[in-house]
Design a protein around this ligand. Structure first.
Ligand code: HEM
Length: 143
C-alpha cells in the first residue's frame, strides 16, 4: 500500500507540474487574445484543481504511512534538513499551494467581474500555486 501511494504521489506530482504549466499557458493565451471567459476556460482550470486535490489527498495518506512522515517527528528530526522538509515544509507549502489554486478557481463562479479581471485572478493564483509546487518538489534529493 505504502509503495503504491509513494509511486502514485511521485508520478502524479510530475504530471501535475506539467499540467499546471500547460493550463497557465492556455489561459494566458486566451487572455492575451481577448477570448471570452467561457466554459472551456472553466473546464481547463477545473482539471488543474481536481488534480491538485487528488495529489493532496494522496500526500495526506502518505504522511501517516511513510517513514518520512509523521512517524519521523521528533525534536532531533527537526534539526535534520531532509526530515524537516518532509514533516513540515513540503506538506504545509503544498497545502498552501492547493489553497491558492482553490481560491483562484472560485473566480469562475463570480458574476460581478469582467472577463479580464477573471483571467487576471486565475493567472495570479494558479501562477503562485504552480511556483510554490515547483519549489517544494524534492529536486535536491534527486541530484
Ligand atoms: C501538490 C501537492 C504535492 C506534490 C506535487 C508533491 C510531490 C511529491 C514528490 C514528487 C515526492 C517525492 C516522491 C519520491 O521521492 O518518490 C513527495 C514525497 C512526499 N510527500 Fe508530497 N507532494 C504534494 C503534497 C503533499 C502533501 C500535502 C503531503 C502531506 C500532507 C505530502 C507528503 C509527502 C511525503 C510524506 C513524502 C515522502 C514519501 C516517501 O518517500 O516515503 N505531499 N511529494
Amino acid at each position: 500500500m505504502y509503495n503504491i501511494l509513494k509511486e502514485s504521489h511521485n508520478g502524479i506530482g510530475m504530471v501535475l507540474l506539467f499540467l499546471l504549466l500547460i493550463i497557465i499557458v492556455i489561459i494566458l493565451a486566451k487572455f492575451l487574445l481577448k477570448k471570452p471567459f467561457n466554459k472551456s476556460v472553466k473546464i481547463t482550470a477545473l482539471i488543474g484543481l481536481i488534480t491538485v486535490h487528488i495529489q493532496i489527498l494522496i500526500g495526506l495518506l502518505l504522511y501517516f504511512l511513510s517513514p518520512l512522515g509523521l512517524s519521523n517527528f521528533s525534536g532531533d528530526s527537526m534539526g535534520h534538513k531532509i526530515s524537516r522538509f518532509y514533516i513540515v515544509e513540503h506538506p504545509i507549502g503544498m497545502i498552501l499551494a492547493a489553497v491558492l489554486i482553490t481560491i483562484g478557481y472560485k473566480v469562475v463562479k463570480k458574476t460581478n467581474l469582467t472577463d479580464k479581471a477573471k483571467y487576471r485572478r486565475l493567472l495570479i493564483y494558479y501562477g503562485l500555486g504552480f511556483g510554490l509546487i515547483a519549489y517544494l518538489i524534492p529536486w535536491f534529493l534527486w541530484s
